[in-house]
Write a protein that binds this ligand. Sequence first.
Ligand SMILES: Nc1ncnc2c1ncn2[C@@H]1O[C@H](COP(=O)(O)OP(=O)(O)OP(=O)(O)O)[C@@H](O)[C@H]1O
Ligand SMILES: [Mg+2]
Length: 257
Amino acid sequence: MAGGPKIRIQHIAKSFGPAGRAIPALAEIDLDVHERELVCLLGPSGCGKSTLLNIVAGFLAPTSGTVLVDGRPVSGPAPERGVVFQEYALFPWLTVSGNVEFGPLLQSRPAAERRRTVDRYLDLVGLRAHAEKFPVQLSGGMKQRVAIARALANNPAVILMDEPFGALDAQTREVLQDELSRIQRVEHKTILFVTHSIREAVYLADRVVVMTSVPGRIKQVFPIKLPEVRDRFALEFTQYESDITRVVREEVAKVRE
Ligand SMILES: Nc1ncnc2c1ncn2[C@@H]1O[C@H](COP(=O)(O)OP(=O)(O)OP(=O)(O)O)[C@@H](O)[C@H]1O
Ligand SMILES: [Mg+2]
C-alpha cells in the first residue's frame, strides 16, 4: 500500500484464559509504524508488550482487531517479519554462519547468494572472524549479534525485537545499541522494539510509545526529535529521558498499588 503505514495495528485487544473468565492483557491498541521508522514500546512489566509483538509477528492471534503489514492482514509468521528476542534462541547445532544462513536456505536461495548474504551480515555485526564457531563458544553480546544477523539475512522489511539487549551487561548493551543504530542507518528497516530501558528507547527510537499497566493501552507517544547519531549526554537527550521516566513511573506505581 503505497504511502500507507508499514505496520497498522488496528483496535487490537487480547485476553487470555477460558471464555467467561478471560483476563484482558491488551485493551485496545491503535498504532501505525511507518516505513523506516523505529518505534520503541515501554511500559510496566505485564502490560502486554510481548503479547503485542507476538501478535504483530503472527505467533499469537488477537482476540479482536487486525494487524496490517503493507495493507495486508497478518495471519501467521512470515519471512517479511524478522524477530529477535531476549533469549538468543540460536540453533546450538549450527555454527555462526550456519545460523545466519538458515533463513536463506529455507527460502532455497542459491549457494553463492547465501554465501554473500552470510558474509555481508557477519561483516555488518562484526563477527566475520567467528563464522565457524558454535553458539556455546560465544559471549552473550556475540550471540545477540548473531541473532540480529540471522534476522537481517532473511531481508525482512519489518523487524520485531523483544528486549533484545535485556540480558546483556550495561557496556555491551551500549555497544549493541550503537551497532543497531548504525545498521539501521544502512538498512532502513521498520522496527518495533520493546525495552525496559528509557535510555535505550531515547537512543534508538524515532518515537517512544508508553503503555499503561495491564490491560495495556497506549498512554502517551513521544516523537524523539534528536539527530540520527545521538549523544547520550546531550541536554536534549536527558530531557527526553526525564520526561518519559515521569510518565512510565506513573504506570509502574499503579502496578504496585
Ligand atoms: N500465554 C499466556 N497465557 C495466559 N496469560 C498470559 C499469556 N501470555 C501473557 N499472559 C499475560 O498477559 C499479560 C501481558 O503479558 P506480556 O508478557 O505481554 O507482558 P510484557 O509487557 O511483555 O511484560 P514484561 O515487561 O515483564 O516482559 C500478563 O498479565 C501475562 O500474565
Ligand atoms: Mg515481555
